[in-house]
Design a protein around this ligand. Sequence first.
Ligand SMILES: [Zn+2]
Ligand SMILES: [Zn+2]
Length: 169
Amino acid sequence: MGFRPVSSTFTSAPPLLPPRKLAGGKEFDGSYLHAAVARESDSRYKYDDNLTKATSRRDGSRSILGHFICKACNPSRSWYSGNICTELFIASNDRYRTILHAQQCRRCETYIMPEVDEGNYVQKIVSALDLWINRPERKEFPSDYRKTKPHDKERCHGCQIGVCIRQRK
Ligand SMILES: [Zn+2]
Ligand SMILES: [Zn+2]
């Protein structure tokens, strides 16, 4: 997966606030999905993996479609989710960042990294960026809602730390 080399983070000026330390195995930086976002948006937006709620102009959460595979279970267990909690941060100069949240396996309670539906992710993130950055006065279209099982709030890491959109409803 296309993580940037570590050296690049040391050449830029140090941020005023410490970057958010991601909870290992429970939160995942969305930088590896940026290539798809860049393709869809003609590279209008830049990924900034130092953005936090404190340093962003606007932030919010989105529910993304996708699935999870628990390989700790034998046989492995998989499930679909229409509510993969994804935080979105937007800052000046067309910069953004996303953080994807794990869900726990119902059988063994291991936190599993989401495998997001790339098309759904790109559609939702780019439309939010377009509206928030270029046309902030407009309302975002309600996203297509696909009926899936009720959101398992107890096993969603985003719900556990209070950032999941499904928890607030
Ligand atoms: Zn499991
Ligand atoms: Zn949730």
